[in-house]
Write a protein that binds this ligand. Structure first.
Ligand code: NAD
Length: 254
């Protein structure tokens, strides 16, 4: 691990284009549960597939809206953890960084990362059911008492701007994510089990295009086995010391 840690720091210190690929694990230390873990208490009897699909929404829009209100409450109360902050601090050390996240919580941006591609959308944004009108915030809808509220422009039901089961990922975001992986010299993967496609293919695309893949995860899984360097541990513990080592290397060199 010591040797792998030094190798990883060296690779990042020499990197000029870094892709940081993150999943639900990077937010665990901020207290954000995984999808299924959010099915506790009152919500335990509902199927998460029903809560995150067009079909489920059309069947019971009020219920789905309230589930997202519940999840929003958790996200709104959360703070970026040392892992998010360390990823943001990398921007001082590497010229080009793109964070590509499967998370919908906005915690990378809250932690200070400036270029973040949200593959699965954001729980902090809303759009109308037809998809024609997007980019609404909670404040835009706050005056309405209906649950869900209606689109201020077309009157359709509003929904969170999140990619649900069976839906396509936003096309431009996906294109930018592929480009970031193809151009990267290092791909730093944090907190993803690598099971949700197409996000799971991104580390492979980066590696085939020549990037060194570094995986940070407490569990040994699919991604850790394909990675060139596996740093086993929690993001909030591994990343701050990794970034500190990168900082020392870069200062030693300049
Ligand atoms: P996942 O739940 O399938 O896997 C999480 C991974 O994180 C696991 O490999 C686990 O070992 C690892 N992990 C756990 N604690 C960690 C820590 N402290 N540091 C680093 N790694 C840690 O997550 P996924 O691969 O992102 O796929 C789940 C899907 O659910 C995604 O599509 C995502 O959009 C969605 N989701 C998002 C959030 C969020 O926005 N925070 C939360 C739950 C689920």
């Amino acid at each position: 691990m010591r040797n792998d840690f030094a190798r990883a720091a060296e690779k990042i210190a020499r990197s000029s284009r870094l892709a940081v690929l993150t999943g639900a694990g990077v937010s665990r230390e901020s207290g954000i549960p995984t999808f299924r873990e959010a099915q506790d208490g009152l919500w335990a009897r509902f199927d998460p597939m029903e809560m995150a699909s067009e079909r489920g929404f059309l069947r019971n829009p009020k219920l789905v809206w309230e589930w997202y209100e519940y999840r929003f409450g958790m996200v709104a109360a959360a703070q970026p953890n040392p892992g998010h902050l360390a990823i943001a601090a990398l921007e001082e050390l590497v010229p080009n960084i793109t964070v590509v996240t499967q998370n919908i919580d906005g915690l990378h941006q809250a932690g200070g990362s400036t270029r973040v591609l949200e593959l699965h959308g954001s729980i902090r944004r809303y759009k109308c059911f037809s998809g024609a009108h997007t980019g609404y915030t909670r404040d835009d809808l706050a005056a309405q008492s209906d649950k869900p509220p209606r689109c201020p422009r077309c009157g359709e039901l509003m929904r969170p701007d999140i990619v649900w089961f069976g839906e396509y990922l936003p096309e431009q975001v996906m294109r930018d994510a592929y480009a970031a992986c193809l151009e990267a010299d290092v791909a730093l993967v944090v907190g993803t089990s690598g099971v949700v496609q197409p996000a799971a293919s991104l580390p492979y695309i980066a590696q085939e295009a020549g990037a060194t893949v570094i995986d940070v995860n407490p569990e040994d899984d699919e991604i850790s086995r394909m990675a060139d360097i596996f740093l086993q541990g929690m993001g909030g513990a591994v990343l701050p010391s990794l970034i500190e080592a990168v900082r020392n290397m870069r200062q030693g060199r300049s």
